[in-house]
Design a protein around this ligand. Sequence first.
Ligand code: HEM
Length: 507
Amino acid sequence: MAFMDNFKDKIIFIELLFSAFVLYIIGLYVYRVFFHRLSHIPGPKLAAASLWYEFYYDVILRGRYTFKINELHEEYGPIIRISPYEIHINDPEYLDTVYPGSSPRTMKYSWSNKMFGLRTSILVTESHELHRIRRGAVAHYFSVSSLRRLEPGVQFQIDKLISRLHDLKGSNTIINLLDMFASLTADIISQYGFARAYGFLDDPNFSPHWHKMLMDVSENGHLLKQFGWMLPLMQAMPMWMAKVVVPRMQVLIGWQASFRAHIIEIKESMARGEKPPGQTTIFFDVLSDPQVRPQEKETDHLQDEAQVIIGAGTITTAHILAATTFYLIDNPSIRGKLQAELEPLMQATGGKPSWSQLEQLPYLSAIIQEGLRIGNGIAHRLQRVFPDTLLEYNDYTIPTMTPVGMTPMLVHNNPSLFPEPRAYNPDRFLKQPGLKKYVSAFGKGSRRCAGVNLAYAELYLVLAAIFAPGRFDWELYETDITDVETKHDLMNASPKLDSKGIRVVVN
Ligand code: HEM
């Protein structure tokens, strides 16, 4: 009997514990919905109550929250609460407020920072001041003047691509544009970063694994955001175990290890007194720059920075190039107009115009803007936290330290700015040059994309090279608009998940 009494006591104790837990959760949810400092912001109660709402759309439905957020804006208006802590705004006129220049101070949102599995990179540096210091250590490698010096290196890889395409001409080989452009951009940035191109352009299939790996790492971000503890746990496991537990996480761990090895290799070669390779090489140069603080030369930090520069420097540009190429193949009249514009410059320069010459071409420039608008590099919201500024939006006051974000993709699809937003129409930028300020593919303000000049150089030089009059005749292969349209926000934009890619043959 004593045993039974003891047993009953234990059951009662567990019941009490469970009830207390349920009461706590209910109390917490009631507090968040009705008494939280963001309770006055409209939005669904479920999203205000719990982060599981975001989890459901982003993890279970694989990057669908961005689309749900769009629907919520239609229901609740331009300002909504999308989680217990986060505000989302969909109003193009508010871009410059959410993404200011160096003032007022802005921070990054720690919850979303977890997506990248990074610790100290500029991309995830919360503090405004520290971000300025860290960004200063790498910014000038991406300035216009540095990029003009790098141009022969970029052109070298583009020439290699063009020569590969000449070999493939007429062979009916199916080319996946995402793989092809991701190989090109990876070879360019790895050469610039480490003085050693990955060599993906030499792969007969343009390295099909590279683009897939980047997308896997990208999708992983949704899981890491919700369960940030997973990465250190996986890192502590032997590789084979991590591979079994969460295969996609293992890809990220392997990738990070490769960056670490590169940085250590550069440090060792410098310790042996070996000279830099005689060209600007980001990581070699950062390490030998006396202006850069020792903290920004630490292996952990440079490993992080390498992940961002190589990752961000590859996939986004590749996506915009692939989408723009699709639309140009699919629209003969737009392509014809581009080729007519390119013709005299191509003749005058022996088929190799420079980036600055190409920038003078209005139609090519409009094609690039429209590609950035419709193509979606990053599909995710970009949050900012204002530590000491109250934001006002219509009748709403947004308290300090509130993560507030906008999503470039939603701005780019605003029908009052861009009528028929899903139609590829470069002319809209010729008719209304002012529209350019709403193209926020690179983000805006003090934390906008650091590689914007490299991205532009690549977009101009590559599109001119592959659409040079008389050079190639492109044909889509079992590819339609559903292989291009963004259907999932895996941080990087993704079409329907069973897409086989944007595929073409070249004649
Ligand atoms: C069309 C191509 C590209 C697009 C659409 C793009 C887009 C973006 C976006 C949206 C951000 C985040 C900005 C924010 O948080 O507000 C970003 C950050 C960044 N991007 Fe890009 N990017 C592109 C190409 C590149 C290239 C070629 C590089 C360099 C090699 C690069 C390096 C970076 C870096 C280092 C950051 C972090 C900047 C910071 O936090 O200060 N990106 N990019």
